[in-house]
Design a binder for this molecule. Structure first.
Ligand code: GLN
Length: 480
């Protein structure tokens, strides 16, 4: 069976017509993924026993005539910052090399309860800090579309498995762009839901006020189905929202005549020409589908990167204090005193980018600098969120690029952290505001590199966001 082009609905049909069983599909998917993985290094580990046990449960339900669930038999990869009971979860870090979590993340539990099949854990930047997947302690991921290029980050592994066809959908995490930017680099759909829409329970914390779990898929419908399955209130995460999860299906079938789209002028300034050309073609297509476009302004955009790197490093420095050599896995063998143990364990266990963030974060939180940096950044964050609220008084959704440029070459930006941070200039704002945003494929550059267009919507308006994305897909937008 060719597992590369399967979707959630073709799997559902195949199972119902008994063309294959979930067990057969899982076996084929596992062997295909194992054979293809050396090209990209997208999977860090496979979980054949767990996958086959889950497939067996789906087949049993089908045999008994029961509903096998919305994700029945669907092969999934899970970013390695999301905990999985009994399966090593490294966060792309040496410090957690042998960490075996004692519980499942809520999103993982829900997707398996709906019949999803976890094939394995996907590579990522260490603790989700990065934009190229080159910060993984287990080697970079290669972009399946162009193997000399990065897949983006930090969810480079999950994005690559979906683009490569070694999983049908994937779970990633996004703090400042880590789902949307790799989705755009690899030519797949990536969704950052509203903050609080999906439980963070079991997502290893990087910056708690910004962290999201969200789906990758090869089409809009699959992304919506996966989100539908994992979304909703969870008593284990007090920041998860009580708002009911609507059925995304009806919205996706509506047309977009009269839909008002805002084009934030600040997001079209520093774009690579080939990216700009593709985004403009995409916008034209939306106009042809009946959308009205208006230029709008998000005036505080220029402060977003500075604000993000204060808030996220501050939270990271606190969250990562728990890796002290006492708990979890790694402990330096040379240490003679307690403080030496902390220093040596953290010195050996963390990579350079993680150390940079811990130092920056500790600095901005320190006495005397807290007001000047952290508190000020919180105020700027509120202004950025207010820019969006004002924009949404005029328009139904915003359209913007995802990244200023397409996938770059491995190693190209490694020596220049600031240049790397600029990859996320158009994604960080949505994260700071906590609004739902997604990357949708929008054709390729002359060199064949994917470009993604970003849709941003009001808090909890995933239906509006999916409606626009599905209309764009129907009108041929993925291939403009
Ligand atoms: N690239 C950004 C960073 O390095 C965003 C990462 C993320 O969203 N996890 O922080």
């Amino acid at each position: 069976m060719d597992v590369r082009n399967l979707t959630i609905s073709t799997i559902r049909e195949g199972l119902a017509a008994k063309r294959f069983s979930a067990t057969e599909l899982t076996q084929d998917a596992l062997s295909f993924a194992a054979a293809e993985n050396p090209k990209t290094n997208a999977f860090l580990a496979f979980s054949p026993e767990r996958a086959l046990a889950a497939a067996g449960r789906v087949d049993d339900k089908l045999a008994r005539g029961e509903d096998p669930g919305a994700l029945a038999g669907v092969p999934v990869s899970v970013k390695d910052v999301i905990v999985t009971k009994g399966l090593t979860t490294t966060c792309g870090s040496k410090i957690l090399e042998t960490f075996i979590p004692p519980y499942d993340a809520t999103a993982v539990e829900r997707l398996e309860a709906a019949g999803g099949i976890i094939l394995g854990k996907a590579n990522c930047d260490e603790f989700a800090m990065g934009s190229s997947n080159e910060n993984s302690a287990y080697g970079p991921v290669r972009n399946p579309v162009a193997l000399d290029r990065v897949p983006g980050g930090s969810s480079g592994g999950p994005a690559a498995t979906v683009a490569q066809g070694t999983s049908v959908v994937a779970l990633g995490s996004d703090t400042g762009g880590s789902i949307r930017q790799p989705a755009s680099f690899c030519g797949v759909v990536g969704v950052t839901p509203t903050y609080g829409r999906v439980s963070r329970y079991g997502l290893v914390a990087f910056a708690s006020s910004l962290d999201h779990i969200g789906p990758f898929a090869r089409n809009v419908e699959d992304a919506a189905t996966l989100l539908q399955t994992i979304a909703g209130r969870d008593a284990m995460d007090s920041t998860s929202a009580f708002a009911p999860v609507p059925d995304y299906g009806p919205a996706m079938r509506k047309d977009v005549k009269g839909f008002r789209i805002g084009l934030p002028k600040e997001y079209f300034a520093g774009l690579a020409n080939e990216t700009r050309d593709q985004i403009e073609k995409g916008i034209d297509l939306l106009r042809q589908s009946g959308c009205e476009t208006v230029e709008i302004s998000l005036p505080h955009t220029e402060y977003a990167i500075a604000c993000y790197y204060i808030v996220c490093t501050a939270e990271a420095s606190a969250n990562l204090a728990r890796y002290d050599g006492v708990r979890y896995t790694m402990r330096s063998a040379q240490a003679k005193t307690l403080s030496e143990m902390y220093k040596l364990t953290r010195g050996e266990g963390f990579g350079a980018e993680v150390k940079r963030r811990i130092m920056l974060g500790t600095y901005v939180l320190s006495a005397g600098y807290y007001d000047a940096y952290y508190l000020k950044a919180q105020r700027v964050r509120a202004l950025i969120a207010r820019d969006f609220s004002r924009a949404f008084e005029q328009v139904d959704a915003l359209i913007a690029p995802v990244s200023p440029f397409p996938a770059f070459r491995l190693g190209e930006k490694l020596d220049d952290p600031l240049e790397m941070y600029l990859s996320d200039i158009y994604t960080i704002t949505g994260s700071l505001a906590g609004i739902p945003c997604m990357s949708v494929p929008c054709g390729t550059t002359g060199a064949g590199l994917p470009v993604g267009v970003q849709i941003l919507a009001r808090h909890f308006d995933e239906p509006g966001m999916f409606r626009l994305a599905a209309a764009f897909e129907r009108s041929g937008g993925f291939q403009v």
